[in-house]
Design a protein around this ligand. Structure first.
Ligand SMILES: C[S@@+](CC[C@H](N)C(=O)[O-])C[C@H]1O[C@@H](n2cnc3c(N)ncnc32)[C@H](O)[C@@H]1O
Length: 222
């Protein structure tokens, strides 16, 4: 399965339209730009959410009035800062990251962004660490952006631990442009299962925000 392109397409792939939208909405300020650049300098892969994806996360967290949110896949903290910016002033984010190195970079990002007091970074395989926060459920928002083979398991966890009306968000739901293709790639098969369960499983009313990577969005209904 391929990976995310460094520059994520937007506006029908029209670069001039993309530039126009960046100029008007200004999705990435100096704090976020520093996180993106420092993460790459520290040797992290350049796979943070795109600039507009970050803004989508902030605005959706704000619309949901999120006070307790979960993120699976921290990387250098870029999307975590976006979520926290949209959350209520005392809102808390629980974020899960497999790599100790990524978590260290993220902790620095959270300090620099002034949100460190409102974030708990859990280091290890998310599926093993998620039970650590189950006593805090129900959550208002869950954002999934980690290993693709586990997306169905993360969706099942979210369905059981979100409040009714809570939001499920997942990046890369288009499977890097290959979700619709036949084949046995494990990541692609898992992403297909995730999308089908989200759209048809009865626990969410869901849509696909047609970003470059596909940002799946579901509201828990049951
Ligand atoms: C696409 S990046 C996350 C990007 C981040 N959400 C952002 O936009 O700033 C995926 C992250 O998930 C982490 N990861 C992969 N498998 C994981 C697992 N099983 N449990 C927790 N984290 C995992 C990777 O180490 C990587 O840092």
């Amino acid at each position: 399965m391929p990976s995310s392109p460094e520059e994520k397409g937007f506006g029908q792939g029209n670069p001039a339209l993309h530039e126009w939208a960046l100029g008007v909405f200004r999705p990435e300020d100096a704090v976020l730009s520093e996180i993106r650049q420092r993460s790459i300098r520290e040797g992290l892969p350049a796979i943070a959410v795109g600039k507009f994806d970050g803004l989508h996360l902030e605005v959706l967290a704000r619309a949901a009035g999120a006070q307790k949110a979960v993120e699976i896949g921290t990387l250098g903290g870029y999307s975590g800062v976006c979520l926290l910016r949209g959350m209520a002033p005392h809102g808390v984010l629980y974020t899960f990251e497999y790599s100790e190195k990524h978590a260290r970079v993220a902790n620095e990002s959270f300090h620099k962004a002034g949100v460190a007091a409102r974030v708990h970074v859990h280091v290890g395989a998310a599926i093993e660490k998620l039970p650590e926060i189950e006593a805090e459920a129900p959550f208002d928002l869950v954002f999934v952006d980690a290993d693709k083979v586990s997306y169905p398991a993360y969706l099942a966890w979210a369905a059981d631990h979100l409040r009714e009306g809570g939001l499920l968000l997942a990046d890369n739901a288009f499977g890097f442009g290959e979700i619709h293709l036949p084949g046995d790639d494990e990541g692609r098969k898992a992403l297909r299962k995730f999308n089908e369960e989200l759209a048809q499983g009865g626990r969410f009313r869901a849509t696909m925000i047609p970003t470059a990577e596909g940002l799946a969005l579901g509201v828990k209904v049951k």
